[in-house]
Design a protein around this ligand. Structure first.
Ligand code: FAD
Ligand code: FES
Length: 553
């Protein structure tokens, strides 16, 4: 179906464009407040990718639906969700339960997963690729979900071509299927709106990408404050800017790219604030970056010049301090080399780096190591991208930030190795080394102090889900809670729906600093099944899959 479609939010009739997510349609209609919290707070879109669980609304009487992951359908009746919505009965028609046994299962349809699928298909192997989003392509290629949209730029056009190439190669791509469980075997549990699957693949390739690291400052949970990637998805996938007047704060090149894209999408960028000093203050790293990938370095330089042509004020060495809701909009106080200023906008974007989405790997028991430079856990891998778990490979940004070009090469290597095609070719190895060296120089250029939780005022929320403030956390630490488990039990930090994806790395850092321990001695909260929210109807439908007598799908 194409063209406008009508739905209702809190009794008001609204229009959406076919293919739009509910979050995008509500944003376009000027609605930002999607749910209330126990402590009287308001929440809206934050991550835009199904991770934070802050965009929950009630749809046709069923609570806890993620607006960012749900396409609008005609006649949908949506209400802002109360802090404690009433319990509802499981759906009358349970989901179809199916067992699948593909030779190769790939989780994630970004640059890494798609390239892995194409490489594995070259050997004629049956390859199933699952992606939770309605359109494949992942974060870099970020495809439009609107049926009639033409690609915005070469990045989006290249993504469309790669998805088409994977389909042509015979990769079976199932979109809108979310993996929520992983058990020894490996056995993978996944579900869509209509089906639930238990999948026992011959080989498993995990390509689940990354999510963004925010700045935990007062006001970071307010509606209208979101990650840079969420704002990018609103525009690139659904053609809705996050606001009319936007400020972008962060560290790394994604922020400049998003600022430019939103500008081109019609938003006024009131400020682009980067934590690092300007690249020309680090000429050696900048030159290394340019030598290692002249095309990408040139793209970055052109981006900054385009921002200047659009009149976007760019401030280097600048960090956000707090965000407050005022009658004029969201007022952000920020500091540039000690000088404090403010800017008032209707949307604030934050991105201070990335965290790998490695929950599936950790559930399967893959060996991980701590990368102190990027402050993240990475799986141990062989040159063929095999993890420490038999028949399980890991590629792309779920193994630590590497960028889309490196993710694509890792995909080719893993796809070939998984079907017995042998080790990486010399050409692939050389290309991967070049991309990794580029990333290394890039992050030397962008090296910066980012906002530290320890500097936050006590009222700052650290755990968005359970609304645990830094003050509450400090009080628990003062009573002697020394490890993550003890702090969790004392405060409920990390016990909410997002399973500690934002607060766990922050808490691990705080504990390491307080007790003078190396972060590698601390693990984050152990992931638990389900790693993504599933309703009781899905769990009930899973039951026949646990019975060996049910037939294969
Ligand atoms: C929000 C965001 C925006 C970005 N934007 C840019 C950009 O504009 N330019 C740039 O150069 N780099 C960007 N990056 C970095 C770049 O996207 C990555 O380097 C690149 O996409 C890595 O490719 P990948 O295949 O490893 O992961 P991704 O492209 O992230 O693909 C991972 C895929 O896995 C799927 N997935 C994850 N978990 C599950 C699950 N449980 N079940 C089913 N499917 C799942 C996701 O939906 C996604 O499609 C961005 C990163 C993020 C997180
Ligand atoms: S905005 Fe929907 S889950 Fe985060």
């Amino acid at each position: 179906m194409t063209g406008p479609l009508s739905f209702e939010f809190n009794g008001t009739p609204l229009d959406a464009r076919s293919g739009q997510s509910l979050a995008a349609a509500l944003t376009e209609a000027g609605e930002r407040h999607f749910r209330d919290t126990d402590a009287g707070g308001a929440r809206g879109i934050f991550c835009g990718m199904g991770v934070c669980q802050d965009c929950l609304v009630t749809i046709d009487g069923t609570p806890n639906q993620r607006a960012c992951m749900t396409p609008v359908t005609p006649g949908m009746v949506v209400t802002r969700q109360a802090a404690r919505p009433p319990l509802t009965a499981p759906p009358a028609s349970p989901k179809q339960a199916t067992k699948l046994t593909p030779e190769v299962l790939i989780i994630g349809g970004g640059a890494a997963g798609l390239e892995a699928g194409i490489a594995a298909r070259a050997a004629g192997t049956k390859v199933l690729l699952l992606d939770e989003r309605k359109v494949s392509g992942g974060q870099y290629f970020k495809q439009s979900a609107l049926p009639d949209a033409t690609p915005l730029d070469p990045q989006q056009a290249d993504g469309a071509a790669l998805v088409a190439k994977a389909r042509q190669a015979g990769v079976e791509i199932q979109s809108g299927v979310e993996v929520w469980g992983a058990f020894d075997g490996p056995v993978i549990m996944a579900s869509s709106a209509t089906d639930v699957f238990a999948i026992t693949p011959g080989k498993l390739i995990v390509a689940t990408g990354a999510y963004e690291r925010p700045a935990m400052i007062p006001g970071w949970t307010l509606p209208g404050v979101m990650t840079a990637g969420a704002a990018q998805t609103l525009w690139r996938s659904y053609r809705v800017p996050p606001g009319k007047r936007v400020a972008v704060f962060g560290n790394g090149p994604l922020n400049a790219q998003v600022a430019l894209e939103l500008c081109q999408g019609g938003a006024e960028i009131a400020l682009l604030a980067e934590a690092a000093p300007a690249g020309w203050h680090r000429p050696i790293s900048a030159a290394q970056m340019a030598l290692r990938d002249p095309a990408l370095a040139w793209k970055g330089a052109k981006m900054l010049s385009a921002l200047s042509r659009h009149g976007v004020p760019v401030r280097w060495n600048t960090l956000p301090l707090e965000i407050a809701e005022t009658s004029e909009g969201l007022r952000v106080r920020y500091a540039q080399r000690g000088k404090v200023s403010d800017v008032t906008v209707d949307a604030v974007c934050l991105n201070f780096g990335f965290q790998p989405q490695n929950e599936i790997l950790r559930l399967l028991g893959a060996e991980m190591s701590y990368d102190a430079r990027f402050d993240q856990l990475r799986p141990t891998r062989s040159a063929e991208m095999a993890t420490s778990v038999a028949d399980v490979y890991a590629i792309g940004d779920c193994c630590g930030l590497g960028g889309a070009p490196a993710a694509a090469v890792e995909g080719r290597i893993a796809g070939r190795a998984a079907v017995g095609g042998g080790p990486a070719t010399a050409a692939d190895e050389a290309e991967l080394t070049r991309h990794r060296r580029f990333q290394d120089a890039l992050w030397q250029v962008y090296a910066a102090e980012v906002p530290k939780v320890e500097n936050a005022p006590p009222e700052t929320l650290i755990c968005r889900c359970e609304e645990v403030s830094y003050g509450t956390l400090s009080a628990a630490l003062a009573t002697g809670a020394e490890d993550i488990g003890a702090v969790k039990r004392a405060t409920r930090i990390g016990m909410g729906r997002c399973q500690g994806r934002y607060c766990a790395p922050a808490l691990a850092g705080i504990l390491a600093h307080r007790h003078g321990r190396a972060l590698e001695d601390l693990s984050y909260f152990a992931p638990r099944v389900p790693i993504k929210p599933v309703d009781i109807g899905t769990l009930v439908a899973t039951e026949p899959l646990l019975d060996d007598s049910s037939g294969d799908g």
